[in-house]
Design a binder for this molecule. Structure first.
Ligand code: ADP
Ligand code: MG
Length: 332
């Protein structure tokens, strides 16, 4: 009897613990070509687990809708395969993200460009088939000629056409951020108010982590250690673009997957840049743009834009950091 009473006591306190004390529920999924860690901080771990499963499924759908790789059909691939001046109906989220991408392309003077498809593909970094040699400049020039968001046109509701043959969309610099935002939105639908989705170092956080801020480590682009960490509270996204994930070195020159749309070659203005923004979609696109601009051109723009902060390691590994990050960045 005593044993039963103790046991019952244990069960009750366990249930109470599960329902009332806040704790992290963590899950890891492989999607978007990377490891995605979900952390939900809540007082109901069962709901948290259901919310994470749903968010991961939602993010997988976004991936399938935007990817230009693999066998799955989607409207982005249909657009890429279409002839010039042949309108293609894009899925509503693709339509919306393409409109947002083109306005970001304008804001950032073409340093972020959602229509570098053929050029990116030829460099081969995203397919895992990166050439161990730089592309010949004639080939880069030819591919650059058929690249650019200026050659895609919206001609009706969700209806898009290319105005130059061979122009391909590539959402590689923004779709991961968008997927993270959709994951967060799904968690919110399940009533989650405090969470973090971390897709291979690109993340969005929601709410506070009890009394403590979330601590976000920033990787050093040339060392195994981190550069330092950010202490972030509230709703924020932190996305990094770096030249260290996918690259090769030829004749002492580093070639990597972030291209300068002006030259068609990998940009050499930065080693890495971390951007803080209200949404992961914005942080993702802006981190690519700021990588291409480098801090000299980028910092004044960041300082003049409400809601955006950035931290660079420039081409000489010099740390440049926007004023809003100074109080929350801790160097190692
Ligand atoms: P990551 O893939 O590491 O998150 P980015 O967000 O910077 O890095 O995106 C790089 C990807 O976006 C490339 O693999 C390529 O598909 C595409 N891309 C490369 N350069 C640009 C650019 N200047 N603008 C838009 N997309 C780009
Ligand atoms: Mg990006």
């Amino acid at each position: 009897m005593l044993r039963l009473a103790i046991c019952l006591g244990c069960c009750l306190s366990l249930v109470a613990c599960q329902l009332h004390s806040k704790a992290d529920t963590k899950e890891t999924h492989f999607l978007l070509g990377t490891i995605v860690d979900f952390t939900v901080y809540s007082d109901n771990q069962e709901i948290a687990a259901v919310a994470i499963t749903d968010a991961a499924a939602q993010m997988r759908q976004v991936e399938a809708m935007f990817t230009t790789y693999g066998e799955t059909k989607n409207t982005v691939k249909t657009f890429n395969a279409a002839q010039v001046f042949t309108p293609v109906q894009l899925d509503a989220p693709v339509d919306a993200l393409l409109q947002q991408s083109l306005s970001l392309m304008q804001n950032y003077q073409g340093s972020f460009d959602p229509a570098l498809g053929q050029l990116s593909l030829a460099w081969g970094f995203s397919t895992g088939e990166a050439h161990l040699h730089a592309l010949p400049s004639a080939q880069v020039q030819a591919l650059l000629d058929k690249s650019g968001g200026v050659f895609v046109q919206r001609v009706g509701k969700g209806l898009w056409q290319k105005t130059k043959p061979g122009v391909w969309l590539d959402f590689g610099a923004i779709a991961k951020g968008y997927a993270i935002d959709m994951g967060i939105q799904t968690l919110q639908k399940h009533g989650v108010t405090s969470a973090i989705i971390n897709a291979g170092g690109d993340m969005r956080i929601m709410g506070s982590h009890g009394k403590n801020p979330w601590k976000i480590a920033i990787r050093h682009p040339r060392k195994v250690t981190s550069l330092g960490w950010l202490e972030v509270r509230g709703d924020n996204s932190i996305v990094t673009s770096g030249d260290y994930e996918r690259f090769f070195i030829e004749d002492g020159q580093r070639y990597h997957h972030i291209l300068d749309p002006k030259t068609g070659y990998p940009s050499s203005a930065s080693m890495s840049v971390t951007v803080l923004a209200p949404t992961a979609t914005l942080a993702d696109a802006v981190s690519t743009a700021m990588f291409v601009w480098g801090p000299k051109k980028g910092l004044p723009t960041i300082e003049n834009t409400a809601g955006l902060e950035a931290l660079w390691l420039d081409a000489n590994a010099k740390l440049v950091i926007s004023s809003g990050l100074v109080p929350i960045f801790h160097a190692l």
